[in-house]
Ligand binder design. Structure first.
Ligand code: 8YV
Length: 318
């Protein structure tokens, strides 16, 4: 059997299937391995299954034993892996697109609603027994139904968010590198220039991958283009947002609120966010449902199985 290193404690059903078809080396602890630890544990492994939280830079890829021929990431994002270095070493890389679309889109809507309707503030108030009772102007938030939702990145997840937002009668606008075919646009308005999208964004939801082009894309200049009182939602990657600029806009009242599931230096939170009442914050829970996490693991294993059987990979990245 091929030897597979699992760098994290993945769901039980995933580990069980891996153990059936591979000789597995498991990290059965909840701490993430550092690069040196991954290289050391990969001794004798034919493949490695990693999470998006494991950083796989070029140095680590070059330090992996020669036996390692494939990296299957338990994520749709691949920004944590130096793909060019993998290619150079002839290491195949796969990811898990599709299976986490719905769970992530659900969390985007939760953030959108939670941020707009001040759910965090309300929850804290009531938990801390500080609620003084109903009042006409108490914890009044931003109205959602019928507003304009701007989607940056209209891939699978962006489209799933658009479908859900239509249920709230939102007017959908989007920017994507490529315009979607007319039949697939769901009535959304395309903006070829991402900056034009900002002007109509009562709500902005980010669904573009992390890349050098999207690094700190939402900066002070772009935030200034948003309508006053806009709400920002991010379930993609923290690095797409310039934290300093977003925090300043939330503090000044330029933006009404932000709902964030991802952070540039996660698990560390920029200290500017927590004191702000108008933030609704989650610890990277986009794909965190039992069914989705199992499906992500099975997808990673499907790719590994295909590789070791000499078949085409369903989700080959490199
Ligand atoms: C994961 C993710 O929770 O798939 C991704 O790119 O960010 C999330 O689904 C996590 O990073 C899994 O490795």
């Amino acid at each position: 059997l091929p030897v597979l290193l699992l760098t994290r404690r993945f769901p039980d059903a995933v580990t069980a299937r891996a153990a059936r078809d591979y000789r597995i080396i498991v990290n059965d602890d909840d701490h993430a391995y550092g690069p040196d630890e991954i290289a050391a544990k990969a001794k004798g492994a034919d493949a490695v299954m990693v999470s998006a939280v494991d950083k796989i830079p070029g140095d680590l890829i070059r330090a992996l034993p020669d036996s390692v021929r494939m990296i299957a990431t338990f994520s749709v994002g691949t920004d944590h892996i130096d793909l060019a270095a993998a290619k150079e070493r002839g290491i195949v890389v796969s990811n898990t697109p599709g299976v986490l679309t719905d769970a992530t889109a659900d969390i985007a809507l939760l953030l959108l609603l939670g941020a707009a309707r001040r759910a965090s503030e309300g929850e804290r108030l009531i938990r801390e027994d500080r609620w003084e009772g109903w009042a006409p102007t108490h914890l009044v938030g931003v109205h959602v139904t019928g507003k304009r939702l701007a989607i940056l990145g209209m891939g699978r997840i962006g489209q799933a968010v658009a479908r859900r937002a239509r249920g709230f009668d939102m007017e959908i606008h989007y920017h994507n590198r490529r315009r979607l075919p007319a039949g697939e646009e769901l009535g959304a308005v395309y903006h070829a220039d991402a900056d034009d999208l900002l002007a109509v964004a009562d709500f902005l939801s980010i669904h573009s991958p992390a890349s050098p082009e999207t690094h700190h894309w939402l900066n002070a200049e772009r935030i200034a283009r948003l309508p006053d009182g806009a709400v920002v939602v991010n379930t993609a990657r923290g690095s797409v947002v310039d934290d300093e600029a977003l925090i300043a806009a939330l503090a000044s009242g330029k933006l009404a609120a932000a709902g964030l599931d991802v952070f540039e230096n996660e698990p560390r939170l920029h200290p500017g966010y927590a004191p702000l009442a108008n933030t609704f914050l989650l610890p990277h829970l986009g794909s965190a449902t039992d069914q989705t996490r199992d499906a992500m693991g099975f997808t990673a294993l499907n790719n590994l199985d295909a590789f070791f059987a000499g078949r085409d990979l369903p989700n080959r990245v490199v």
